[in-house]
Design a protein around this ligand. Sequence first.
Ligand SMILES: O=CC(=O)O
Length: 335
Amino acid sequence: MSRPKVLLLGKIDHAHEAWSTIADIADVIKPKSTTRADFIAECHSGAFDGISVAYRTFDSVSITGKIDSELLDALPKTIKFICHNGAGYDQIDVQACTAHGVHVSNTPTAVDDATADVTIWLLIGALRNLPIGIHALRAGKWRGSPPPALGHDPEGKILGILGMGGIGRNVAAKARAFGMKIRYHNRSRLSPELEEGAEYVDFETLLRESDVLSLNLPLNPNTRHSIAAPQFALMKPGIVIVNTARGAVMDEAALVDALASGRVASVGLDVYENEPEIHPGLLANPAVLLVPHMGTWTQETQQKMEEWTIDNVRQAVREGRLKSIVPEQKALEEA
Ligand SMILES: O=CC(=O)O
């Protein structure tokens, strides 16, 4: 019987030992292409014939582009599993995968601490007007003249969390240590054990009453531009917003307008609508705290994410099922 074949899209940077165990159970194939057009041609050349599982990284989008119907049509029909290294899988059209009989996994929980840590860092930095001070200091002007306006303490402020999954709940736990009052909105209300005292409110109340809003929802066709001009108009003037989810859950141009009008006092952003491009209105604004998508940028978390993805590959090869199928496809593994 021929050995299973695994396609590696991107590279393994940390979990080399775990990855070496895949070579014991499968042949690993790497693409030669560096562009989507070449990758599709390579698919048609038969180079990937027989693969059943693909491991992919966020950065491998530069080779393949989005995993959509066109790409799935080009890949051999034998592919049954795509194991994505990352919590957010907006680069993958899950509906198209389901239609092609391909199951998709991501890396929930592995990213929660690191992403929540950066969320809290951005939250405090934006609340305290730190970017203005940092900017002035680097320009040799100490605090600047005039100095930044006084910031605000997190204690007693309402933190509204939009998207109360693993990362949102981790942010809540950490923000409680700063004395923040936690409210959230989600597609559905959580059990009291998961809520841990957080108050469930409707979307409009979250927008109207939050002092700080943290975006922790996944990007998909339903959540794109969840925060746009009509939502900014409802917000409490002077709100601080933090986004460590995906840029496109918020309309970046509308955000620039909301900052200019003062409706939004400050933002802390790790993600952008058209990464790595950033809206010039954000770059020009010294009040905003900007980080280049580093939410999971730690040794420990990158290692955990790779190991988690490799576990998915291993389970797919050995047992024909995934450790962490994405929520949209849960019913497929239960069937
Ligand atoms: O952005 C990071 C991730 O999706 O894991």
